[in-house]
Every structure is written in structure tokens, then in C-alpha cells.
Design a protein around this ligand. Structure first.
Ligand code: HEC
Length: 142
């Protein structure tokens, strides 16, 4: 029979291992991309994080670390609307596992919003030139 002290020690080390393994999981951005698309994140945040509420380029304080991010996903219990709503929903552990949350975190952190300069988009330059030639520029004097 194990002594109570040894029993407690074993339990403590088991818990330490569990905590350690939970923290040691490094999210996989490729799996995260699947989560992002299958859970509809793209519908509000855009395919590359440049949607209505942008996520690319690490713009959000919520992305400061994994703990804050996962807490944000989980604790929006007031966001399970009955009627259609475009607020950020709550993603409980039954919808999104901790591993999936860390995967999507890794994916979001890999998003880069790096649009080309207007003058580097040939079609756009052609349109602007045509508008100028037709006198449709925004010069108020004509
Ligand atoms: C129905 C629309 C909608 C969906 C779907 C959605 N979000 Fe959001 N999300 C929002 C809105 C709106 C906000 C901004 C404000 C708020 O509600 O906190 C937001 C905020 C966030 C933020 C913080 C951004 C900031 O401005 O600081 C993160 C991170 C985020 N969402 C991640 C996700 C992830 C990951 C998913 C999918 C698992 C997801 N969202 C799905 C609408 C959505």
C-alpha cells in the first residue's frame, strides 16, 4: 500500500507532467489553416486575416500569447446568439480542442498582410491612366 505522502508526490508529478505536456504542444500552422477554414473564422476575418476584423501582421493584443488567445476563444459565453449575428462567437472545448486552438493560433501568427503598391499592379495603372486621359481624375478644377 502506498503511503499518503508518496501517493501525493506521485499525483503532483503526474499533474506536473500533464501541465508540461499541455504547454509543450507547439501549434501546427498547416493544421491550423484547416481549423481556420472549417470553423468559419475566414468568414469574418478573411482568407488571409485581412477581413473586417483583421488578424494578419500580429495586429491584435489577443495574440500576445497562447493563454490569452485560448481564454478569449473560450470565455465568450455571451456570444452564442440565437439570431444571426456577426460578433465573435464562443468556441468551447467541445467545438475546438486545446490542440486545435494552438494550431489555429500558429496559423494566425503566420499570416502576413503585404499588399503590393498600387503602381505595381499593371491593371490598376491602366485604369488610372485611362481615367486621367478621360479627364475623370479627382482634380476639382475641371
Ligand atoms: C461571426 C463572425 C466571426 C467569426 C466566425 C469569428 N470571429 Fe473572431 N472576431 C469577430 C469580431 C467581430 C471580433 C472583434 C471584436 C470582438 O468581438 O471581440 C473578433 C475578434 C477576434 C480576435 C481578436 C482580434 C482583435 O481585434 O483583437 C481573434 C484573435 C479572433 N477573433 C479569432 C477568431 C478565430 C480563431 C475564429 C475561428 C475559430 C474566429 N475568430 C471566428 C468575428 C468573428
Amino acid at each position: 500500500m502506498l503511503s499518503a505522502k508518496l501517493h501525493r508526490r506521485l499525483l503532483t508529478s503526474l499533474m506536473a507532467c500533464l501541465v508540461f505536456s499541455a504547454q509543450a504542444y507547439a501549434g501546427d500552422p498547416d493544421k491550423g489553416a484547416t481549423v481556420y477554414h472549417e470553423h468559419g473564422c475566414y468568414s469574418c476575418h478573411g482568407y488571409n486575416g485581412t477581413g473586417r476584423t483583421p488578424l494578419a501582421n500580429n495586429v491584435s493584443g489577443i495574440l500576445v500569447n497562447e493563454t490569452v488567445f485560448v481564454a478569449f476563444l473560450r470565455q465568450r459565453a455571451d456570444r452564442n446568439p440565437i439570431l444571426p449575428d456577426n460578433s465573435m462567437p464562443s468556441f468551447g472545448v467541445s467545438t475546438l480542442s486545446d490542440e486545435q486552438a494552438l494550431d489555429v493560433y500558429a496559423y494566425i501568427n503566420s499570416m502576413v498582410d503585404n499588399p503590393p503598391e498600387v503602381e505595381d499592379i499593371p491593371t490598376f495603372v491602366t485604369i488610372l491612366d485611362a481615367a486621367k486621359a478621360a479627364g475623370n481624375n479627382d482634380d476639382a478644377s475641371n
